[in-house]
Design a protein around this ligand. Structure first.
Ligand SMILES: Nc1ncnc2c1ncn2[C@@H]1O[C@H](COP(=O)(O)OP(=O)(O)OP(=O)(O)O)[C@@H](O)[C@H]1O
Ligand SMILES: [Mg+2]
Length: 147
């Protein structure tokens, strides 16, 4: 069964799109993720996992892209489960080596190289796509089993 958008019990829209071009925007991403996961009824640990992951993806947009990008967040649902999907999109220059980028300690900048490996550990699903024209799309999902 494919995933469908989830809405809150009071019919709230559980989607947000945040432009990220500077570090202050990372806090906006965190706030949206926390709000949506709360409405979904996620327990605190899962809220934390999603918020940290979204922050890492957002900070990478600030530090590793030419013009920033967007973080799209939405509540999703599939048989017996609710989840959150966090998608990072940017217009380049692209992740040079995706396999290396998922290794702890690999960084092309001054960072520790722990952001993407942490996202892989904290989320249930992670897909990284770099297009031929050097755009990066990272899709991550965290599921909470409600039944
Ligand atoms: N959106 C992106 N566009 C281009 N390169 C990226 C992007 N996100 C990550 N990378 C590359 O992947 C590497 C690993 O990212 P990761 O978040 O794990 O570490 P970091 O950002 O370098 O350091 P840290 O997150 O620990 O401060 C980065 O150093 C960078 O080369
Ligand atoms: Mg990082």
């Amino acid at each position: 069964m494919s995933d469908i958008p989830a809405s809150g019990s009071a019919g709230e829209n559980l989607e947000a799109r945040v432009e990220v071009t500077r570090i202050a925007h990372v806090a906006n991403v965190q706030t949206k993720v926390r709000a949506i996961t709360r409405i979904l009824g996620f327990p605190e640990l899962y809220i934390f996992r999603a918020a940290i992951s979204a922050s890492e993806l957002a900070s990478n947009l600030v530090y590793h892209t030419t013009a920033g990008g967007t973080i799209s967040i939405r509540g999703i649902r599939k048989k017996g489960c609710i989840g959150i999907e966090i998608i990072s999109d940017d217009s380049g220059p692209g992740i040079k080596d995706v396999n290396m980028a998922l290794q702890d300690g690999y960084s092309t900048g001054p960072g520790l190289g722990s952001g993407l490996p942490a996202v892989e550990r904290l989320m249930d699903e992670l897909e990284i796509l770099v297009t031929d024209d050097f755009k990066t799309c990272i899709r991550s999902r965290l599921w909470y089993f409600c039944e």
